[in-house]
Design a protein around this ligand. Structure first.
Ligand SMILES: Cc1cc2nc3c(=O)[nH]c(=O)nc-3n(C[C@H](O)[C@H](O)[C@H](O)COP(=O)(O)O)c2cc1C
Length: 255
């Protein structure tokens, strides 16, 4: 194996946990790219002997839009890739298929794919605390199976079939947008991190509602815990959503 590229977009941190766990079992020089903290669209080419691991959270059944140009900056050379969609126990819809197709269009060979459940970043009582110990054990198993597939050699890598439909679901944004309360100290951390530049760095209490994608990076990053979704919308929506997503879903993978 050449370099192992571990790439993720993880506004509330669960995709990062999942990807680090999958990468941990793999031997080789690791190169991590956090798409939220190091946004970059400079073209990058991977070698045939490298391995690409990509993890994205599912946003309304799709890949989060800010990830797309960054992921498209990667070019493979029939480089093996592992695609992971992390979702909050509702559904991953077309996100895993979209990720797999995108990687294949960029000359990667997707040899393994997984849809993994994690705590919902908006409705945090849904799948609370996940990935849990049981999920992490399953991720170890997935990682071991991917390593076996990688070691079996190129002639044993066949095209994967993953769940999802094309045309993909229409892109839709969550109508609730977070804002800051009076405990905000205007430190500007949220504005620096926001992947769509929706927060005014000069006045972080101001959010451009039309740009915001509700990714929750600002909520997770705020050292004061000052950012929240508007209670009036959030409370009734969360009651309905928790009821709808109460049944535990399990990770699934495709090899
Ligand atoms: C804007 C937005 C849309 C989401 N849409 C879905 C969805 O369609 N299905 C689902 O099960 N979870 C959905 N989630 C939950 C996330 O996919 C899930 O919490 C994921 O673990 C977040 O990853 P992160 O912790 O790396 O940010 C959504 C979360 C956000 C912020």
């Amino acid at each position: 194996m050449g370099k192992i590229w571990c790439i993720y977009f993880s506004p509330s941190g669960t995709t990062k946990v999942v990807m680090e766990r999958i990468a941990a079992k793999m031997d080789g020089e690791k190169h991590t790219w956090d798409l939220l903290r190091e946004p970059d669209v400079t073209p990058k080419t991977l070698q045939p002997e490298d391995v690409l691991l990509v993890g994205v959270p599912v946003f309304s059944g799709r890949i989060p839009t800010p990830c797309i140009p960054m992921l498209q900056s990667l070019k493979g050379a029939q480089t093996p890739a592992i695609a992971v969609a992390v979702y909050g126990n509702r559904d991953y819809d077309d996100a895993l298929l979209e990720l797999k197709n995108m990687l294949e269009e960029q000359a990667f060979l997707v040899i393994g794919a997984a849809a993994v459940v994690a705590q919902h970043s908006i409705f945090t009582k849904v799948a609370a605390g996940r990935p849990d110990a049981e999920d992490l054990e399953k991720l170890d198993l997935f990682s071991a199976e991917c390593i076996e597939r990688l070691q079996s050699g190129r002639m044993n890598w066949k095209e994967l079939q993953v769940k999802g439909n094309k045309p993909y679901r229409e892109i839709s944004n969550v109508p609730m947008k977070p804002s800051a309360d009076t405990t905000c100290t205007s430190c500007g951390l949220c504005a620096r991190l926001c992947p769509v530049h929706a927060i005014d760095p000069a006045n972080p209490r101001k959010t451009d509602q039309t740009r915001c994608i509700s990714c929750t990076a600002c909520i997770a990053a705020c050292p004061q815990g000052a950012r929240h979704f508007p209670k009036l919308m959030f409370v009734p929506a969360s009651v309905a959503f928790e009821k709808k997503c109460a049944i535990r879903r399990e990770p699934e993978w495709f090899l």
